[in-house]
Design a protein around this ligand. Structure first.
Ligand code: PGA
Length: 255
């Protein structure tokens, strides 16, 4: 049984003080649901303080980005060694980074490998645009992102990888893929991983859905057999909503 994983991607929201007070309020609400892995991904400026605030809880911290080099003349960047000990997860290849920061399958791959080499668990985000979706290109495009992002990653390392399927047209738009559609694309992604690594790795891999996930639609996703959790933006910024998402995941998966 794959442990469900709900990760809150805070994007560029919350100051340092807001981030800390938020997790202090959130932690007791999430405490009962320890059958679900719960992760918060604050901005870099708040990562250390949030990690400290959560150190006596089982809520995990993730970063939203990293560079593949351990150090160097890379103004503005954060390396895997800087994140070691502070975070367990790191989101890589979010569509906003692909769109605004020039992230490509090649840089996603370098970052995923660098994360794994430093004991960090990458959440590799993939997903098609509205135009690709309407042109019937979802399967070919998303499977290409999966193959490109995972190139050269070993089967044992795949135990520490999470994939997030986030159709770009559903992110922050209020439009979301139906549970059935999300389940079938995620099943397709698992099939690509099966091709690459075989049954054991594919069956153990956790794949999240992301894109306008809210308390009202969470059970629809979590009741799908292929969907192992959610990568959540907007709804992860409110204590009541985040709690409702985790509770819905725990109930739907019976954990
Ligand atoms: P959203 O964002 O939940 O606000 O749509 C999801 C994401 O970008 O990870």
């Amino acid at each position: 049984m794959r442990m469900p994983i709900i990760a809150g991607n805070w994007k560029m929201y919350k100051t340092l003080a807001e981030s800390v007070s938020f997790v202090q309020e959130l932690a007791p609400h999430l405490a009962p649901f320890n059958g679900v892995e719960r992760v918060v991904c604050p901005t870099f400026i708040a990562v250390a303080a949030v990690a400290d605030a959560l150190k006596n809880t089982d809520i995990k911290v993730g970063a939203q980005q990293l560079h593949w080099e351990t150090q160097g003349a890379f103004t503005s960047q954060i390396s895997p060694t800087m994140l070691q000990g502070l975070v367990e997860y790191v989101i890589i290849g979010h569509s906003e980074c692909r769109a605004y920061l020039g992230e490509t399958d090649e840089t996603v791959n370098k970052k995923a490998k660098a994360a794994l080499a430093h004991g960090l668990k990458p959440i590799v985000a993939v997903g098609e645009s509205l135009a690709q979706n309407e042109a019937g290109e979802t399967e070919s495009f998303v499977s290409g992102q999966v193959r490109g992002g995972l190139a050269g990653i070993s089967a044992p390392d795949m135990a520490n990888v999470v994939i997030a399927y986030e159709p770009i047209w559903a992110i922050g738009t209020g439009k979301s893929a139906s549970g059935d559609v999300a389940n079938s694309i995620i099943g397709m992604i698992r099939g690509v991983v099966r091709d690459l690594y075989g049954n054991d790795v594919a069956n153990a891999l956790r794949i999240q859905y992301g894109g306008s996930v809210k308390p009202e639609n969470m059970a629809e996703y979590m009741s799908q057999p292929e969907i192992d959790g959610a990568l959540v933006g907007g709804a992860s910024l409110k204590v009541a909503d985040f709690t409702a998402l985790v509770k819905a995941a725990a109930e739907s998966k019976g954990v």
